[in-house]
Design a protein around this ligand. Sequence first.
Ligand code: PLP
Ligand code: COI
Length: 357
Amino acid sequence: MKISLELIAEKKLKPLFKDPLMLPFGRYFTDYMFTMEYSQGQGWQNPCIKPHQPLVLQPSANVFHYSQEVFEGQKAYQSKKGEILMFRPLENARRLNRSLQRLCMPEIDENNFLQAECELLKLEKRWIPTQKGASLYIRPAVIGTEAALGVKASSEYLFFIILSPVGPYFKEGFNSVSLWVSDTYSRAGSGGTGEAKTGGNYAGSLLATREAIQKGYSQVLWLDACEHRFIEEVGAMNIFFILNGKLVTPALDGTILHGITRKSVLELAAGLGIQAEERKIAIEEVIEGIQSGKLTEVFGAGTAAVISPVGKIGYQGKDYLVNEQRTGTWAQTFFKTLIGLQYGEIPDRHGWVYKVQ
Ligand code: PLP
Ligand code: COI
């Protein structure tokens, strides 16, 4: 793929931030973005890297009315040797294509996806923080742009990639967060779009999240839509429990996101000395586990959040504290291993670390 490039004069480039660790998540963007357009019959065309700028769309564009939108979330890290590293980026390319399929949108060649990211990252290298814990967040997204109000799949699309230097996702950093279990709202139902990374899933979760925050929690822990009983995931991460000394996480049942951090944690487990289980987990089992001491840790896992220890779970008006709200040893072990790999500091036996060249 030949990507055209519209350069910005050196003196017009934005100044960098002194301490990216202090940056709020996803508020500041780099100088450039990638765009590529699709139209029926012609496929994807006009790949271009150009100054980060507003999009011009018709008010009747599909995305504004019928929400044909999918996105990804990745990070670029800079190693001590100055290499640009990404973590399992082909997994994101594949998941993007699964989301695109589910939303009836045209797929993007995995190699073109990766090439676009690499060329953009090379140009924006100065924005990739060197401090551990900070990174350059990559947000690829595809939207339906056809100007037509009939309910049907758009015949035109825009794929864009923007970059944002980020520190920790939660204001708590690596301290424990609190979750509120919603037993009325649901995030996704069987046969729905739960496992696609599409904006509508997030829009539908905002009201419950607002309630959780008003009650003093950081995020919602979602239960299944049918019985409001089985654990699903958190707003922006998958969830893990250390239960009876095993690493337990909800099985992928079509309603939760196939998290790449989740997959990595599961694949790392055996090598780190813990048995992993993917299965249904009822909220009663979690509460009983906390009360009996069988459940010793809870943590979330996601690209933005990395590993986020959970110290408190609120359910039906009662709070249950996990591990006295301290960060547990397994959360710490997975966190250290993941970021060690991501920053190129520990040997990559799995072939997960991708060097941008
Ligand atoms: N679940 C949801 C709803 C998410 O938004 C995310 C973040 O991408 C995750 C889980 C974790 O997925 P990943 O580890 O691929 O970032
Ligand atoms: C991510 O972890 O990359 C996400 O996309 C989570 C969130 C910011 C939506």
